[in-house]
Design a protein around this ligand. Structure first.
Ligand SMILES: Cc1cc2nc3c(=O)[nH]c(=O)nc-3n(C[C@H](O)[C@H](O)[C@H](O)COP(=O)(O)OP(=O)(O)OC[C@H]3O[C@@H](n4cnc5c(N)ncnc54)[C@H](O)[C@@H]3O)c2cc1C
Length: 371
């Protein structure tokens, strides 16, 4: 992102990228009748593309979430959804992407693409996309995607909006509006890319809900030829060590019981594990509790923690600060318990209980244990 220029509101900015597309200036000396109206070079850029996120030859859920968003954007823009599927043995998963909303899936298979490498993936994607000109490019903000997005930005000579939480279309201008938390999460910045293509952004996993699988959808799977040699890749993967070796993964949990500062003390907070056990769920927390050392950082939910998408999220004594709720938007049902009827968290909840956390917790425990 080289320059940011304020548009209408302080939170809406236009992304000015290093020029890849130069709009030709009309020649001053040419007679009016000989002057041709220059064609808008941006019009050559079409369709919403998604880069699939692959781990061990398996498509990661963020790819499906992005296809759902791409479908919504493409329908508003009157364009198609195209997916770039890279890996070693991935072609058999292409049809499923069509069932989730893709129109075309481009398959790039090679033993050299089995594991993600910055060099390999960037080369294959950039070689193809510089020729085929996407209007919009979506990348998952996973570990690999966070590495890939800025590299693609360099190759496409273009900006990228990282970690978006809301995507929409300005139908008048035909531009994607990328919304992301800014200034420590205190404001939501809306960013547009009026002058350059592709419009590029990364989106965190679990922010958007997975679209419905529709097995009646049809589309095209194209196995693409491409050039990639071992010498193009300067790194070699020696081993894969998963980040979390013990405990549980909040991002996969279907039921999360979370506590905030309103739990009062660690003893009270630890009672949440009892409820989580009884419901078949796990425990998460707000940042202050992590800072107090009551729970490990990997169970923190929010902007600087995990983004979650459980079926049920129970928020005990949590105020609903923007930095926390930016991580819970993917939850299907949110139930908040707070003794302040004005607490912000109630604005994000499907159900709210105004009351003392421990009184409500005891009652829930009794109900869950069938007492
Ligand atoms: C750059 C930055 C990044 C951040 N990232 C994160 C993040 O990733 N995740 C995160 O969670 N926070 C994050 N924060 C912190 C965030 O701003 C809030 O301070 C935090 O989320 C508040 O945590 P809380 O809701 O537990 O506490 P509080 O805001 O203190 O809220 C406690 C709530 O408990 C209620 N309460 C008190 N007693 C009771 C009772 N007996 N019964 C019922 N209710 C009660 C109160 O009414 C209140 O609403 C970040 C902050 C910054 C600046």
């Amino acid at each position: 992102m080289s320059e940011l220029e304020t548009k209408q509101a302080t939170t809406q900015v236009a992304l000015e990228q290093t020029a890849q597309v130069e709009i030709p200036k009309a020649a001053e000396s040419v007679a009016p009748e000989a002057q041709e109206v220059p064609e808008n070079p941006l019009a050559a850029y079409k369709d919403v593309y998604v880069v699939s996120d692959i781990l061990e030859d398996k498509i990661q859920p963020v790819t499906i979430e992005l296809i759902g968003q791409a479908r919504i954007l493409a329908d508003q823009l009157g364009e198609r959804v195209q997916v770039m599927l890279l890996g070693e043995h991935v072609q058999n998963q292409a049809q499923e992407l069509i069932y989730y909303g893709a129109d075309i899936v481009h398959v790039f298979e090679s033993q050299l693409l089995k594991d993600y490498t910055t060099d390999g993936y960037t080369k294959v994607l950039a070689d193809y996309l510089l020729v085929h000109k996407p209007n919009v490019l979506l990348i998952g903000a996973t570990n690999n995607g966070r590495d890939l997005a800025p590299r693609m930005s360099g190759r496409m000579q273009n900006g990228v909006v990282a970690d978006c939480t809301i995507l929409s279309v300005d139908t008048k201008e035909g531009l994607v509006e990328w919304t992301r938390p800014a200034l420590g999460g205190n404001i939501l910045a809306e960013i547009i890319s009026p002058n350059h293509r592709p419009q590029m952004g990364s989106v965190r996993p679990n922010v958007f809900k997975k679209p419905e699988l529709d097995t009646s959808r049809t589309g095209e799977v194209i196995v693409e030829p491409f050039e990639l040699a071992e010498t193009d890749i300067r790194t070699k993967r020696l081993n894969f060590i998963p980040f979390s070796l013990e405990g549980y993964n909040l991002e996969d949990a279907e039921i999360i019981v979370a506590g905030g500062r309103g739990m009062g003390n660690k003893e009270n907070f630890d009672r949440l594990y009892e409820l989580a056990d009884a419901l078949g769920g796990v425990v998460g927390a707000t940042r202050p509790l992590v800072e107090k050392g009551w729970i490990d950082l990997k169970y923190q939910i929010g902007q600087t923690g995990k983004t979650i998408s459980p079926k049920l999220y129970l928020a005990f004594g949590i105020s609903g600060a923007i930095q926390h709720v930016s991580g819970i938007g993917g939850a299907e049902t949110i139930i908040a318990i707070n003794n302040d009827p004005e607490a912000q968290i109630f604005q994000y909840s499907n159900y709210g209980i105004v009351g003392d956390v421990m009184t409500v917790l005891e009652e829930m425990l009794a109900q869950a244990k069938g007492k």
